[in-house]
Design a protein around this ligand. Structure first.
Ligand SMILES: Cc1cc2nc3c(=O)[nH]c(=O)nc-3n(C[C@H](O)[C@H](O)[C@H](O)COP(=O)(O)OP(=O)(O)OC[C@H]3O[C@@H](n4cnc5c(N)ncnc54)[C@H](O)[C@@H]3O)c2cc1C
Length: 388
């Protein structure tokens, strides 16, 4: 299904983005280094996000959210990620769950879950990946068997962000493990944390620290049948795929934010640090880095805007969102690496925050479709649009 058409209001967008900028500079940037290095969860930021309405950013006003356009939302994510990427995951994964409910849920499901998701009273996540199945999601083994008015779930998930401190997850399961083609046996359950839903532990990560990314295990975990997304079995794979356009715009925005934040640090350092009697930015080698970085940042933003504007107009943007995600995530890696080189030996000191950007950047190339796969998607869509 195409995205809903979002009406944009420039004055409102500016007010929201100004408020986010103030919050980022006052509350997010100053704590990033300490919380990241300690791998400590930023509980206070979560409370502030509730007040700002971020947990309802893209949920329609009808269900208690702010109903922001994809364009505005992407600008918010860029601003947050340019200071510290990790907190953007706290509301991003939650909003992917919310948008799946809004897109594919029954009216009763929307009325039950979306208002409390919009306030942050219920904070969600996306439970797709399993130890044996990431890119190939149709290979998942978690099974939900119907038992009267419940499903009984057994299996395991891994790498599930927001699952320790959140209240539940949108769980991809096999309701018919024998189905052929495999996707016809897949469904999604709105899974609240109750008996049988076990968070095994927070994974230790290279980057994207502080945020709770965990393994989950399900042993005879009972989910009310009314929590089957959309009320009909067999649509889980399409429901997952239906969120990819917005999901890719979000990850692209995180990549662009990292790229911009890394450039900002490099630009400052290049003017402060002197070698051979002049600031290092006056050496051509460093000028080339700055030039390439700023060009990649700007190009990323334009690709994101292009995809978001199409999404907001209710048009398909599978090609545009894939290009934005591919390019902006690689820009995040490129710019953080070039900024590391600009910092020379000091890039390896945790005193200088550039090392965090470097550790965080690579994740954007992996999530919401690894770039290796995404390039094949881009090429196929390109040919589809220009068949001879
Ligand atoms: C920090 C972090 C947070 C995460 N958060 C979540 C979350 O909240 N919820 C969730 O469900 N998952 C989450 N994930 C999981 C993430 O979505 C998967 O790691 C991702 O989908 C890749 O799957 P995989 O790791 O199994 O890699 P694999 O699928 O095993 O891929 C390995 C390599 O093979 C390549 N490859 C695979 N198939 C193909 C193909 N057909 N063509 C070309 N190349 C191919 C891939 O591009 C990759 O380079 C998270 C992961 C991390 C690291």
């Amino acid at each position: 299904m195409n995205a809903p058409v979002s009406k944009r209001d420039p004055a409102e967008e500016k007010a929201i983005l100004d408020a986010i900028e103030v919050w980022v500079e006052k509350e997010v940037r100053p704590i990033a280094k300490k919380f990241d290095l300690a791998d400590e969860y930023p509980h206070d930021l979560v409370e502030q996000m509730k007040e700002l309405g971020l947990f309802g950013a893209t949920i329609s006003q009808e269900y208690g959210g702010l109903g922001l356009s994809a364009w505005t939302y992407a600008q918010i994510v860029i601003k947050v990620a340019s200071a510290w990427m990790a907190p953007s995951g706290i509301f991003n994964s939650h909003l992917i769950m919310a948008s799946a409910i809004e897109r594919s849920g029954t009216e009763a499901q929307k009325r039950k879950w979306l208002p409390k998701m919009a306030t942050g009273e219920f904070r969600g996540s996306l439970g797709l990946t399993e130890p044996n199945a990431g890119t190939d999601l149709q290979a998942i083994r978690t099974v939900a068997r119907r038992d009267g008015d419940h499903y009984v779930v057994n299996g395991a998930k891994t790498w599930i962000t927001n699952s320790m401190y959140g209240n539940g997850t949108l769980l991809l399961v096999k309701t018919d493990p024998q189905a052929q083609p495999r996707h016809k046996g897949m469904s999604m359950l709105i899974a609240e944390k109750t008996d049988g839903f076990k968070v095994v532990g927070k994974l230790k990560k290279v980057g994207y620290r502080s945020i709770d990314t965990c393994e989950l295990s399900f042993e005879d975990y009972r989910v009310p049948a009314e929590n089957l997304l959309g009320g009909e079995e067999g649509h889980g794979f399409q429901q997952t795929a239906g969120g990819l356009e917005l999901g890719r715009i979000n990850v692209a925005a995180r990549g662009a934010g990292i790229a911009e934040g890394a450039l900002r640090l490099a630009l400052r350092y290049a003017q402060e640090r002197e070698t051979f009697g002049k600031p290092i930015w006056q050496h051509q080698a460093i000028q080339f880095k700055l030039a390439e970085m700023v060009t990649q940042v700007e190009a990323s933003k334009r690709l994101i805007e292009n995809a978001a504007l199409k999404y907001d107009a209710g048009e398909r943007c599978d090609l545009e969102s894939s290009m934005a995600k591919f390019f902006a995530s690689e820009a995040g890696v490129f710019c953080s690496q070039e900024a590391m080189r600009t910092f020379g030996g000091y890039s390896y000191s945790v005193e200088y925050e550039i090392e965090r950007y470097y550790r965080d950047a690579m994740l954007m190339c992996i999530g919401e479709g690894a770039n290796e796969v995404l390039k094949t998607v881009i090429a196929k869509q390109l040919v589809d649009r220009h068949r001879i």
